[in-house]
Design a protein around this ligand. Structure first.
Ligand SMILES: *[C@@H]1O[C@H](CO)[C@@H](O)[C@H](O)[C@H]1NC(C)=O
Ligand SMILES: *[C@@H]1O[C@H](CO)[C@@H](O)[C@H](O)[C@H]1NC(C)=O
Ligand SMILES: *[C@@H]1O[C@H](CO)[C@@H](O)[C@H](O)[C@H]1NC(C)=O
Ligand SMILES: *[C@@H]1O[C@H](CO)[C@@H](O)[C@H](O)[C@H]1NC(C)=O
Ligand SMILES: *[C@@H]1O[C@H](CO)[C@@H](O)[C@H](O)[C@H]1NC(C)=O
Ligand SMILES: *[C@@H]1O[C@H](CO)[C@@H](O)[C@H](O)[C@H]1NC(C)=O
Ligand SMILES: *[C@@H]1O[C@H](CO)[C@@H](O)[C@H](O)[C@H]1NC(C)=O
Length: 602
């Protein structure tokens, strides 16, 4: 056993240099692991707080006008059981809707040994939050997730809905962690906000957050029946799941919000080698089909859009010691993906039901996918007219290269998908034409060296969505640009352990989510990045010992405000934490560059 002390890593890495990197039946990595009690150098006496670094919500410093408990439940041995369900009633103590902001507040606590678990929260079958849990420790952990759910406001006034939460967990002699969850909705009213803001002078920030569209009038979920959660479980690439939906005939705008998470043999899909490599080398792993995935949406069998999802790493993933107490980007609040389907209203407004279907290209077991349709209605009329221009399927360019000899080799996938749709809608707003352009580019590399014991994964994803609305005379009415880039690098070196049943993993992970949004007048940019490095000694899937550090920095800029936060964590403790909401000259020049880029793109 390596000696664990202040200099543990140094001593340990020194020892590693003398280990031979023979690959005899070493496991495939990255993988999912469980931290065991012996991992702790020093067990804290008190429960420890975990967190996901995020930008502040505009409402964070405001006084709520009321709060409303959605559910309180403990998820113990819930595997293979229906989700937890409880009736919903609108908050009685709140003044009348519409509310300016609604925030979902989830508080969780757990202690013992437990894997990370995936969870979905729905109201009337509409997904409000996709989250995952942190792996607890014997002395306990707790965390808080806050999400702006104002876009779901139309649901919160209804009294005919159930709240549903799915969190499948296993509790037995080995896995003892029960997840205790409280979920509350917090309502803020504009007058409250305005008076609060005079005090803290963050009106600009709140205004910039409010500018995003008013919430939809109606939200229709597209998902499964609900007795196993409202998500579809997609287990192979030939499967699609669908639901028939009739769109109200006075719909003037429609946006599909896609929720996605990936598990089992696709939890690390971005690092999967092709099947030829697995077969030639006689490997036992089910993690194949290469490293490219696309979640697609079809209406009546026609492709209408797809996404290459952001690679969220759950807290047991790659090296669990990286994600304590600061979890990976998106782990507590997975991103959802919006697709503006307004150009398709010409097909959808015929009074008939239409089939909305999801699938995952090359996907293997399993993906949890569902969506919400956000609909804006024309209140002045029961009939909106619409026409969709005939369109081609997307232009798609894809190149795969593979080169390997035994366990060493490299696999590259380059893909570019571009689609463009337009259609007109005649409603009380006039006859408006909406054009939606979307593009994504993926460059993925998986490389094995040293007889397969060194693995390097590099993925670069860039997505762009442009929505342009013009009047009948061709005058621009609105223009939204949304860009996301997410680079990811995962390096793992596997070594034989000091005893016959153990092995060592030395790992680096670096990833980021860079998001910019512009509505023509204003832009916002969020840049969130994490760099982790460390080693661990593993037996089966249990981490026996190790050391790890993570540095994260997040910056947010819009034309009114800036925010930055840097945090360093090492061996389970935060060693440095600083944040600022002052705009330095470099942050404003960054926004100017951003503004120019967005303007140039017009
Ligand atoms: C490479 O790994 C294979 C299978 O794990 C093993 O049979 C072979 O001896 C290794 N080769 C070297 C050079 O270590
Ligand atoms: C949930 O709420 C109850 C009642 O207020 C409280 O006792 C419990 O500690 C809360 N649990 C969490 C995880 O916050
Ligand atoms: C709410 O859940 C209960 C119990 O599962 C069920 O009987 C009822 O039909 C549900 N109501 C709605 C509106 O889905
Ligand atoms: C709306 O505008 C489009 C193009 O600008 C046109 O083709 C269509 O006929 C118009 N629809 C109506 C009902 O005027
Ligand atoms: C891992 O990251 C550290 C620090 O950034 C670096 O010194 C080291 O070379 C990296 N290891 C690999 C295998 O790239
Ligand atoms: C983030 O994305 C924007 C727009 O795509 C780009 O201009 C900027 O350089 C990116 N920032 C980083 C740090 O990669
Ligand atoms: C961004 O560009 C718009 C013009 O397209 C301009 O009105 C606005 O002031 C610019 N914002 C900043 C922060 O430079």
């Amino acid at each position: 056993m390596p000696e664990i002390n202040q200099n543990g890593a140094v001593k340990f890495l020194f020892t590693l240099a003398f280990l031979t990197a023979t690959a005899v039946s070493l496991p495939s990595s990255p993988d999912r692991f469980l931290r065991s009690a012996s991992t702790y150098l020093r067990l804290p006496d008190e429960p420890q707080e975990y967190e996901e670094l995020r930008q502040p919500l505009p409402s964070d410093q405001l006084t709520p006008s009321c709060s409303h408990v959605l559910l309180r439940h403990s998820f113990a041995n819930t595997i293979n059981r229906p989700p937890f369900t409880t009736p919903y009633s609108p908050p009685s103590s709140c003044t009348s809707p519409p509310w300016s902001f609604v925030v979902l507040d989830l508080r969780a606590a757990s202690s013992g040994d437990q894997y990370d678990r995936i969870s979905g929260l729905w109201l009337g079958g509409v997904e409000l939050l996709r989250t995952s849990t942190a792996e607890p420790s014997p002395s306990g952990i707790f965390w808080n997730v806050r999400k702006d759910v104002s876009r779901y406001s139309s649901l919160f006034m209804r009294s005919d809905l159930n709240v549903t939460m799915m969190l499948e967990n296993i509790v037995n002699d080995v896995y003892t962690g029960i997840y205790h969850i409280n979920v509350t909705l917090i309502f803020y009213e504009f007058n409250h906000i305005a008076s609060n803001l005079k005090i803290n002078n963050r009106l600009g920030f709140v205004e910039s957050q409010r500018r995003d569209q008013t919430p939809a009038d109606l939200i229709i979920p597209i998902g499964a029946g609900g007795n196993r959660g409202f998500w579809f479980m997609i287990e192979n690439p030939t499967e699609t799941y669908s639901k028939r939906i009739q769109i109200p005939s006075n719909t003037r705008q429609i946006v599909l919000e896609l929720y996605v998470s990936f598990h089992g043999n696709d939890e690390f899909w971005y690092s999967n080698p092709p099947n030829s490599y697995i077969k030639t080398n006689n490997l036992a792993t089910g993690r194949g089909n290469g490293a490219y995935r696309e979640v697609f949406v079809k209406i009546d069998g026609r492709y209408v859009g797809s996404e290459v999802p952001f690679p969220v790493i759950f807290t047991g993933g790659i090296n669990p010691l990286f994600w304590e107490p600061v979890v990976a980007i998106g782990a507590f609040n997975l991103p959802s993906y919006d697709m503006d389907l307004t150009p398709f209203l010409g097909l959808l407004l015929d009074g008939k039901s239409h089939e909305f279907a999801f699938g995952v290209n090359d996907g293997i077991s399993y993906w949890l996918v569902d969506a919400n349709l956000h609909l804006w209605l024309d209140h002045g009329s029961s009939n909106v007219e619409a026409g969709s221009r005939l369109y081609d399927s997307p232009s798609r360019h894809m190149e795969r290269q593979e080169k390997f000899e035994q366990l060493d080799g490299s696999f590259r996938v380059e893909a570019e998908v571009i689609s463009e749709y337009d259609g007109w809608v005649r409603s009380c707003k006039g006859n408006l034409t909406t054009m939606v352009k979307s593009m994504f580019k993926v460059d993925s590399l998986v490389r094995f060296e040293k007889n397969g014991t060194y693995k390097r994964v590099e993925q670069r994803v860039k997505t762009e969505r442009i929505v342009e609305v013009t009047s009948e005379s061709g005058k621009p009415v609105n223009r939204f640009v949304h860009q996301r880039t997410y680079p990811l690098t995962v390096i793992t070196s596997t070594f034989r352990g000091l005893t016959k049943d153990t092995y060592m993993l030395v790992t680096n992970v670096s990833h980021a989510l860079n998001e910019t949004h512009s509505d023509g007048e204003a832009s916002t940019q969020v840049y969130n990045r994490q760099d982790s490095e460390g080693w661990m000694e593993v037996e089966d899937h249990n981490v026996l010992a190790g050391e790890a550090s993570t540095r994260q920095s997040l910056s947010y800029i819009d034309e009114f405000s800036c925010y930055s936060h840097t945090i360093d964590a090492a061996n389970g403790e935060i060693t440095q934490d600083s944040s600022s909401d002052s705009c330095t000259s470099s942050s404003s020049s960054e926004l100017n560059t951003l503004n120019e880029t967005l303007v140039l793109n017009k």
